[in-house]
Design a protein around this ligand. Structure first.
Ligand SMILES: NC(=O)C1=CN([C@@H]2O[C@H](COP(=O)(O)OP(=O)(O)OC[C@H]3O[C@@H](n4cnc5c(N)ncnc54)[C@H](OP(=O)(O)O)[C@@H]3O)[C@@H](O)[C@H]2O)[C@@H](O)CC1
Ligand SMILES: Nc1ncnc2c1ncn2[C@@H]1O[C@H](COP(=O)(O)OP(=O)(O)O)[C@@H](O)[C@H]1O
Ligand SMILES: [K+]
Length: 532
């Protein structure tokens, strides 16, 4: 794996970053030299951004940049940036409300003032700035921000101006993304060296804006020394996601070799859930798709998914599947994967028991999860022999794991605990979907779109994931890697659809049509397997 690819996957906590930093300094790198290097890269990036985006940052002789400087090395970075931008011809002003500062930061402040950059006591005096650089706090913030800094941050936020945060928006907890008192609402974040975990937590996203990494050549040996070879938390990136897709297909194959997926979904009340799960399964390219639905849904499913084998099952009075009635000579072990849950209603309770007893990889979603929660998540799953993937949103997560950490707060901690206790792979849905395996490794999906916050988009994911698992069954790829790929693919389809149709144009049915579009763009552009 190349440096760029590895760096794009690494996620660190504040403590891990400190440990890596200490190794760099212990190796002989002077602290001041590192700050100079990093801040030089930040200044270059800001200058490029200003040149690239003239509608957002209009050229004007009065263009003024306000720079917020904290007491630690985040403030030191900001001062070097201030000096560089000043020398490059920008008008800059500093706000630094701290009398106690780290030595290096104090030296940079003294020099900035000596060359004529004005340091203001009140942020109000920067009200006419067109752009702000936030260098108040980085990964050293450990307690809630109080006044007068809190009031200054709130004032800055009220101005609704572009703000570029250095490392992370000041006020966010580096690991959990929690707002500590108050936090800068940045429009851009330039994360330094390695991705900080807090930037990938849902609760931070209102403050993060567009995030990008500034790579300053941290030696790989230092990263591995602190994080180990396998990295505990990883961002899901394109190259790894594409590498687990079942492409290219072997030339000599047949439909059952390309995976047989069984979907169990739908009820008279929720026929749409079955349809969307089926369309997600179809888009995975799975060799054979069987879908068990209540008898009364059979005709609409056949009309929409003519290639699938639709299994009409006896219904309860309420229109839920009463029992699985598989074709003759078929039992659950004939399938390569099963995905069960969307639209079932809790009345389909008896079939879940049967599905859990199977020895096939199983995805549970929606009512599949609600029924599991009623049965008792942990004792029920302990009896399972084959892999299980649970795909809850935060509400379902709470029902499944009522005793665990709140899935709306430190989502990474919550999903990790859930996977460890249930021995399942757990995919916690959200703006930054988090996946954990029972061994404690976590995958975070770093890019998505709120266009997906819409009924039915999760059903599509269930079908897609089931289809990928079925196709991977003979390939020895870990279930958690396939799960990460499904989350990435689903989100990328949402992003592409939103680009073409706006965030309001991505209904779940439309989403299914963009899944293959993603591959057309990504697989063909990144692979030379297809060129001569
Ligand atoms: N890692 C790397 O490789 C590199 C790191 N670099 C940069 O260093 C940054 C980390 O620097 P850092 O460790 O000095 O911490 P930082 O975030 O500036 O703030 C800590 C200071 O704030 C204070 N303080 C804390 N909470 C407070 C509060 N609520 N209210 C008020 N004060 C509070 C605390 O003082 P205390 O009062 O606790 O003594 C302390 O002085 C990092 O984000 C990056 O920008 C690059 O330059 C080079 C490469
Ligand atoms: N704000 C958001 N940003 C990105 N993705 C989101 C957001 N909100 C929801 N999603 C994604 O949309 C899907 C919603 O799934 P779910 O809640 O199960 O919906 P449904 O049950 O209606 O199908 C999940 O994949 C989730 O990660
Ligand atoms: K900052």
């Amino acid at each position: 794996m190349g440096r760029q690819e590895l760096i794009s996957q690494v996620v660190v906590t504040a403590q891990q970053m400190r440990d890596i930093e200490n190794r760099i300094f212990a190796g002989g790198m002077p602290v001041a030299a590192l700050m100079e290097k990093v801040a030089g890269l930040i200044a270059d990036r800001i200058q490029t951004k200003l040149a690239e985006d003239t509608t957002y940052f209009p050229h004007s002789p009065s263009f003024r940049i306000g720079i917020l400087v904290g007491p630690g090395h985040n403030g030191g970075d900001a001062l070097v940036v201030a000096r560089e931008l000043y020398f490059r011809g920008y008008e800059v002003g500093i706000y630094c409300p701290f009398s106690k500062r780290k030595e290096l930061t104090s030296q940079h402040l003294q020099y900035a003032q000596s060359i004529g950059i004005i340091c203001y006591e009140s942020i109000e005096l920067l009200a006419d700035c067109h752009l702000f650089i936030d260098g108040l706090f980085g990964f050293g913030l450990e307690r809630a921000i109080s006044d007068p800094i809190a009031t200054a941050i709130n004032q800055l936020n009220e101005w609704h101006k572009p703000v570029i945060a250095i490392d992370l928006p000041s006020g966010l907890h580096t690991d959990t993304g929690e707002v500590l008192g108050t936090a800068v609402r940045a429009t851009h974040t330039l994360c330094l060296g390695l991705w900080k975990l807090g930037l990938l937590q849902d609760q931070a996203l209102d403050c993060v804006g567009k995030a990008e990494l500034i790579d300053f050549d941290i030696p790989l040996a230092d990263i591995h020394a602190i994080l180990g070879k396998s990295l505990g938390i990883k961002r899901i990136v394109k190259t790894t996601a594409l590498s687990t897709l079942p492409l290219p297909r072997p030339p000599v194959t047949h439909k059952y070799k390309e995976g047989h997926l069984l979907l169990i979904c739908g009820s008279r009340r929720y026929s749409g859930g079955a349809l969307l799960t089926g369309l997600g399964g179809r888009a995975s390219g799975v060799g054979m798709l069987s879908i068990a639905v209540p008898e009364s849904l059979k005709s609409i499913m056949v009309a929409q998914l003519p290639e699938a084998l639709i299994i009409g099952c006896p219904e309860t009075e309420s229109g839920a599947i009463a029992q699985l009635q598989l074709p003759e000579n078929t039992d659950l072990s004939k399938f390569n994967a099963i995905a069960c849950g969307p639209g079932l209603t809790r009345d389909a309770n008896p079939i879940l028991q049967q599905v859990l007893e199977s020895t096939v990889p199983l995805v549970l979603d929606a009512d599949g999860l609600n029924i599991l929660a009623d049965m008792g998540t942990i004792p029920t799953l302990q009896k399972r022999q084959a892999p299980t993937v649970l795909t809850p949103h935060a509400g379902e997560f709470k029902r499944l794991f009522p005793d665990l950490s709140d899935a709306n707060q430190d989502r990474v901690k919550a999903v990790r605990e859930a996977a460890a206790q249930s021995h399942a792979v757990v995919l916690l849905k959200g703006a930054r979907t988090a996946i954990a395996n029972p061994q404690g490794t976590v995958w975070l999906n770093p890019e998505s779109t709120p266009a997906l916050a819409r009924g039915g988009s999760g059903d599509v994911l269930t079908g897609l994931l089931g289809g990928l698992l079925a196709q991977a069954s003979s390939k020895n790829i870990p279930v958690e890697d396939i799960t990460a790929t499904a989350a990435w693919w689903h989100a990328q389809a949402g992003i592409l659809a939103a680009q073409e149709r706006t965030e309001l144009g991505v209904d779940a049915h439309t989403l299914t049509q963009y899944l293959i579009q993603v591959l057309l763009l990504e697989v063909i552009s990144t692979s030379d397997k297809y060129s001569f």
